[in-house]
Write a protein that binds this ligand. Structure first.
Ligand SMILES: O=C(O)CCC(=O)C(=O)O
Ligand SMILES: [Fe+2]
Length: 340
C-alpha cells in the first residue's frame, strides 16, 4: 500500500479519495491555549529544592490530571539541539522507499516494529490521513540503522524522556496521596515500556472531511508529544474538542489508560484525535511511557480504603496487544475492565 505522503504528492490528486472521507465538515473545535485554562507544568518547580514550589507544582499536576488529562511541560531540560535533529531524522525516514522501511521489521513478536502499510490501513474501510512508524525503545532498545545518527538521537531522547516520565510520575504519586515512589515501584519503571512513534500528516486537499487519527485514548501511563510547529492535536474536555496550541519549546503530556487504572479512576485517560490541514505537513513525535511489559496493572492498594477497585487487573503487554488488534482500534479495552 502506498504511503499517504506519496498519495498527497501525486500530481493528479485534486480531491480527497473517497476511502479517506470520514465526515462532512465534522471537526468543530475551539482554540485552546493557557489563557483558556490548559494546564502548564513548570518542571523546574516540580524538581525544585524549595518545598513550597514543589508542593504547588504537585498540586497543579494533580489538578491537570484530574480535570484535563493533559498538560504542557515547560523547562523540561530536553534541548532543541536534540529534538530538532530528531525531527529531521524522522522526516528522512519517511522519505525512504516503502521496501526499505519494511526491511526494518523486527523478528521479536513481543516488541514489533511497525510502519503504516503493515498494520491498520489494509483492514480499514476508511483510511486515516497519516503515515507512521513505531518501535519499542525500552526495556529492549531497537532502532532502524537508517538514517545515520537516528539510533543515537532516539537513544538519547528515550533516555531523557524516561527521566522526565519518572519525575512526573513521582509528582503524580504524591498528588494521589501515595508515597513518592509508589507508582514507579508498582509499575516496575526500571523496566518501563517505552515506544517511539512518529506520525506524518501531509497537507490534505479536504481536511474537514478527513482525519489524521480518530478519537482514542492511549494505553500507557503518560504519553509525550512534540510537533514540528504545526498544530493538529485535539483533546476532549467537558464534551468539547480543544485544538491545542503549543507554548514554544513545551512538551505535550497526556494521561493514559494505565494511569486511570492505577489511580482507580481519579485520573481518566484523555480522549484525543489528530486533525489535518491543507497547507503544511505535520510531524508529531510520540513517546508512550508505560509499566514494564509484565506488570499486572491494578488500582493502587492504598486508594482502595476510599472506594472499592473499579477495574480488573490485566497484564500491560497483553493490554497493548488487545488494543492494537481491536477493530475499530479507537474502542478502549478499558471499558471491558471496568467493574462499575
Ligand atoms: O499526532 C498527534 O497529534 C496525535 C498522535 C497520537 O495521538 C498518537 O500517536 O497516539
Ligand atoms: Fe494518542
Amino acid at each position: 500500500m502506498a504511503s499517504v505522503k506519496t498519495l498527497a504528492q501525486s500530481q493528479d490528486l485534486k480531491s480527497l479519495p473517497s476511502d479517506y472521507t470520514h465526515f462532512k465538515n465534522q471537526h468543530k473545535s475551539v482554540e485552546a491555549s493557557p489563557e483558556v485554562g490548559i494546564p502548564v507544568i513548570d518542571f523546574a518547580l516540580l524538581t525544585s529544592s524549595n518545598l513550597d514550589h514543589r508542593a504547588k507544582a504537585i498540586h497543579d499536576l494533580g489538578k491537570a490530571c484530574e480535570e484535563w488529562g493533559f498538560f504542557m511541560v515547560v523547562n523540561h531540560e530536553i534541548p532543541e539541539t536534540l529534538t530538532n535533529p530528531l525531527f529531521d531524522a524522522c522526516d528522512e525516514f519517511f522519505d525512504l522507499p516503502e521496501e526499505e522501511k519494511q526491511r526494518f521489521q523486527t523478528k521479536n513478536p513481543r516488541f514489533p516494529f511497525m510502519v503504516r502499510s503493515t498494520i491498520g490501513a489494509e483492514h480499514e474501510k476508511v483510511l486515516f490521513w497519516r503515515d507512521y512508524f513505531r518501535f519499542f525503545v525500552h526495556p529492549e532498545f531497537y532502532c532502524p540503522d537508517k538514517p545515520q545518527q537516528f539510533n543515537d538521537l532516539v537513544s538519547e531522547y528515550a533516555e531523557k524522556t524516561r527521566v522526565l516520565a519518572r519525575k512526573l510520575l513521582q509528582g503524580i504519586s504524591q498528588s494521589l496521596g501515595l508515597e513518592e515512589d509508589y507508582i514507579e515501584k508498582a509499575m516496575d519503571l526500571d523496566k518501563t515500556t517505552q515506544i517511539f512513534a512518529a506520525n506524518y500528516y501531509p497537507p490534505c486537499p479536504d481536511p474537514e472531511s478527513a482525519i489524521g487519527i480518530p478519537p482514542h485514548t492511549d494505553h500507557g501511563l503518560l504519553t509525550f508529544l512534540l510537533q514540528n510547529g504545526v498544530g493538529g492535536l485535539e483533546i476532549q474536555h467537558e464534551g468539547k474538542w480543544f485544538h491545542l496550541n503549543a507554548i514554544p519549546g513545551s512538551i505535550f503530556v497526556n494521561t493514559g489508560d494505565q494511569l486511570e487504572i492505577v489511580s482507580n479512576g481519579k485520573y481518566k485517560s484523555v480522549w484525543h484525535r489528530a486533525v489535518v490541514n491543507n497547507s503544511k505537513k505535520r510531524i508529531s513525535l510520540v513517546i508512550p511511557n508505560g509499566p514494564s511489559p509484565d506488570t499486572i496493572v491494578a488500582p493502587a492498594e492504598p486508594l482502595l480504603k476510599d472506594a472499592p477497585a473499579k477495574y480488573s487487573p490485566m497484564g500491560y503487554l497483553e493490554y497493548v496487544e488487545v488494543q492494537r488488534t481491536t477493530r475499530p482500534p479507537q474502542k478502549p479495552i478499558l471499558d471491558r475492565l471496568k467493574l462499575y
